[in-house]
Design a protein around this ligand. Structure first.
Ligand code: SF4
Length: 241
């Protein structure tokens, strides 16, 4: 890979905003109750905002309330997700598990009292508490912290990690937490939500898991992998016959 240290990280992040902002418009975060933010995060992980919006709307349209979702089969939930997302069955099961756990612990689907508690605790403790739900993972916790508590964190899913790695932003960040800290240091809080949208768009439109479409990617001039793909093969690099 092209030496990532030679590429200024701030410049790469700047390029992400300038090259992609014309394709993805900044939208203010949706105001949702904490419970719904958590469910939305399950849908949003490894998906674009548009796909997650469509799937979330499918849930709201199909079911009367969250209790009806809880007692429904995963097949019914998958149908409600409207074909918008990959791994729909796994997501459906996580949603049911989450709702079941909330129901068993609070006898309701109202997590707003928890929000007040979390706000008083500080982000680190709040993350720990949210992470105790069986259906929680790093992305869901980060999403709720960002969207409901206004914390400066950037939820990173597998598609974002893959893309950041290819861009060359990860060479001195081993592990998800270190990578998230690195990105949080480069992206201002006011643009954190947009950055998540841009990463999802980039992964979906160009930076596919198999065969990334570097030739048409607007970031190819700033991306370590895109630059490397452009390099001619030198005679020395050719394999001997
Ligand atoms: S240039 Fe290629 S590897 Fe780099 S972000 Fe674009 S699609 Fe991904």
């Amino acid at each position: 890979m092209v030496m990532a240290t030679a590429i200024n990280k701030q410049k790469i992040v700047h390029q992400v905003f300038t090259a992609l902002s014309k394709h993805v418009k900044a939208k203010p975060p949706e105001s949702r109750p904490v419970l719904e933010q958590f469910i939305y995060a399950i849908l949003r992980e490894n998906a674009t905002r548009e796909s997650a919006d469509q799937a979330f709307k499918g849930l709201l349209d199909r079911f009367f309330d969250w209790n009806e979702v809880r007692v429904s089969s995963t097949l019914e939930i998958v149908e409600a997700l409207d074909g918008a997302l990959p791994d729909a069955e796994t997501r459906a099961q996580r949603i049911v598990d989450f709702l079941q756990e909330i129901f068993e612990t609070t006898y309701s689907f109202d997590l707003e009292p928890l929000l007040e508690v979390l706000q008083k605790k500080g982000l680190k403790q709040a993350s720990k508490q949210l992470g105790r739900y069986q259906a929680a993972n790093d992305y869901a916790v980060g999403w709720v912290i960002q969207q409901s508590l206004g914390g400066h964190t950037i939820p990173l899913d597998a598609t974002a990690v893959r893309t950041l790695k290819r861009l060359g932003l990860t060479e001195d960040a081993s592990g998800l937490e270190a990578l998230r800290t690195l990105v949080e240091n480069q992206v201002p809080k006011a643009k954190a939500s947009l950055f998540v949208d841009l990463m999802s768009h980039l992964a979906d439109a160009h930076c596919h898991e198999e065969a990334p479409a570097c030739a048409r990617c607007p970031l190819r001039q700033a991306c370590a992998t895109g630059l490397e793909a452009k390099m001619p093969i030198t005679p020395a690099a050719k394999k001997p016959r």
